[in-house]
Design a protein around this ligand. Structure first.
Ligand SMILES: Cc1ncc(COP(=O)(O)O)c(C=O)c1O
Length: 387
């Protein structure tokens, strides 16, 4: 976890095991595995002593939220005393129209995080294995441990998921394979033919969860978010989010497209009102705000390229990204390593993300921001390298 005095850690400890106290007092004990979890810590958003900060630590929308979604959210205050539609009927139908899907095979969640956890809860138990790629999204490991399962990470090649390594790591105990495509924090992706090869190499009882949280940012002809695979395979689920390009991270809204049997399972275990009415209505509006999405993708394409070029020119190693963030490797030289850069940037009010937890002790991840934010970040990095 980061050591940034983060304000988003829900007041939890830093993964320190408190089980001993419980044992002494004979108090309630969580299930095995729970106390092995290091609580997830989101990107920091404040720096002590800095009034203006530039927050590029959470892969959030550079442009804020869709203006149409904001308007609808404001109107939703008149209905705060009512329970939401527990079936998210309007939102599922809007998603089905937008993407050409079967609405009954869509399940909505409080962020895609909730859906990743529900899938694990439903299909994985003690003694099972949850497989993912070496530098995969942290929630996969947390969800595995939360359900008493063993997390298994398959090695990557050049910061890319490796289909052969993933298939080689499958055992009779593997129940779920989580693949973030594109992956966070590397920003790399698997082309659709590789995705198909992965699915066809899996035993049919292993659920392949394609986490396409950043799909809307990708502009590559050989990329597919996973809809076709879900449509044609009984063991594939795709998860999506409104937190990234639509700018609704604070509302918590995600969805999964599933085989009918999996949707049925998720609907049995999810909370009856797991998505608020404001989130449902804002989601529908955001989906229809094509002008905002176009603006956001063009902005991202332009400024990601700009950042990659400028940062590479400083002599830093950048993993080519198709998403709205960039992984930057620092020199293995005293005073120039990632923690030094992080400290230097923080002192100037620029917050990006440490990557130790993802297996990159000498890298930082930065999100694409607004023009002035990107320029201030690059100036600060240039000053850091120039010392
Ligand atoms: C790869 C990936 N999947 C899922 C999520 C979760 O998104 P949310 O729960 O906001 O929908 C994130 C958030 O950063 C992510 O990076």
């Amino acid at each position: 976890m980061t050591d940034k005095g983060d304000d988003q850690n829900n007041g939890q400890n830093n993964g320190q095991n408190n089980g001993q106290n419980d044992e002494q007092s004979g108090g309630p004990k969580p299930r095995p595995g729970i106390l092995d979890i290091k609580p997830y810590v989101g990107g920091a958003s404040s720096v002590a002593g800095q009034s203006r900060v530039i927050k590029l630590s959470g892969n959030e929308s550079a442009l804020g939220a869709s203006p149409l979604a904001i308007r609808v959210f404001e109107e939703a205050k008149a209905r705060l005393h009512r329970y939401p539609d527990g079936g998210a009927t309007g939102l599922r139908s809007a998603l089905a129209d937008h993407y050409g899907l079967h609405s009954e095979r869509i399940v909505c969640g409080s962020g895609s995080d909730e859906l990743l956890h529900l899938l694990t809860q439903a299909y994985v138990g003690p003694g099972d294995e949850v497989l993912y790629s070496e530098h995969g999204f942290l929630v996969y490991k947390i969800a595995a441990l939360a359900n008493g399962a063993t997390p298994v990470a398959a090695p990557e090649k050049d910061n890319r998921s490796d289909v052969d390594a993933l298939l080689a790591a499958v055992t009779p105990r593997t129940k779920i394979l989580f693949l973030a495509n594109p992956n966070n924090p590397t920003g790399t992706y698997l082309p659709v033919d590789e995705l198909r090869r992965l699915q066809s190499g899996l035993p049919s009882n292993v659920l392949l969860v394609i986490d396409a949280a950043y799909a809307e940012f990708v502009r590559r002809n050989d990329y597919e978010a996973g809809i076709e695979l879900v449509s044609s395979c009984k063991n594939v689920v795709m998860t999506r989010t409104f937190s990234k390009i639509y700018g609704l991270a604070g509302l918590r809204l995600g969805w999964a497209y599933c085989p009918a049997e999996v949707a049925d399972v998720l609907n049995r275990i999810r909370g009856p009102f797991n998505v608020s009415e404001a989130a449902q209505q804002a989601g529908i509006a955001a989906l229809r705000d094509s002008a905002f999405i176009e603006k956001a993708t063009s902005h991202n394409e332009h400024w990601r390229k700009w950042l990659e070029e400028k940062i590479t020119a400083l002599g830093l190693d950048v993993t080519p990204s198709v998403s709205n963030f960039i992984l930057v490797e620092f020199p293995d030289k005293d005073g120039f390593r990632a923690p030094d850069a992080d400290k230097f940037l923080m002192e100037r009010g620029v917050i990006i993300r440490r990557m130790e937890e993802y297996g990159f002790p000498n890298a930082l991840r930065l999100s694409v921001g607004m023009e002035d934010e990107n320029k201030i970040l690059v100036e600060a990095l240039a000053a850091f390298m120039d010392r």
